[in-house]
Design a binder for this molecule. Structure first.
Ligand code: ASC
Length: 150
């Protein structure tokens, strides 16, 4: 787990330091990248959600591991929203680029709430996890409602 975290942190740091366009050869690559990041996020968020919603037994260690991963994964998708990637195999709406500041603010809010979820998970208290999970899920939903086609 520690080694995985170091690898992810290093990757996130490298990517943050590069211009987003430098990461991708083609627009499709950026679309694939951000979708892959969201797939991973949905998986790890879903594991916490199952515990928060009583569909799985609460295991504080598992919750904390997943929440920690989410703080790193949450840094990834933004880089995939480069210009020219509103077309192709994507449900991204053009408003992502025409309201770029608002979209970016939504992305930042989601990252902040994942950070709070991580802090809540580390307490080992299910009630705190539930509250933080709900707030984080709202930030996912807000962007889906505004920026994702049906
Ligand atoms: C999830 C998941 C999302 C969000 C969203 C919250 O578990 O995969 O995309 O929560 O449904 O409203």
């Amino acid at each position: 787990m520690k080694r995985l975290c170091i690898a992810l942190c290093t990757a996130a740091g490298l990517f943050a330091a590069l211009p987003a366009s430098a990461q991708f050869q083609k627009p499709e690559d950026a679309i694939k990248y951000r979708k892959a990041a969201y797939t991973l996020m949905a998986n790890h968020f879903g594991r916490i959600g199952a515990m928060a919603n009583g569909r799985a037994p609460f295991d504080a260690k598992v919750a904390a591991e997943n929440a920690e991963l989410l703080t790193h994964l949450a840094a990834l998708p933004a880089a995939g929203f480069i210009a020219g990637t509103d077309k192709g195999d994507t449900r991204a709406k053009p408003e992502i680029w025409s309201e770029a500041d608002k979209f970016k603010a939504g992305m930042t809010k989601m990252q902040d709430e994942m950070g709070k979820l991580n802090a809540a998970a580390k307490t080992g208290d299910l009630a705190q996890l539930k509250t933080a999970f709900g707030a984080a899920a709202q930030t996912c939903k807000a962007c889906h409602d505004n920026y994702r086609k049906e």
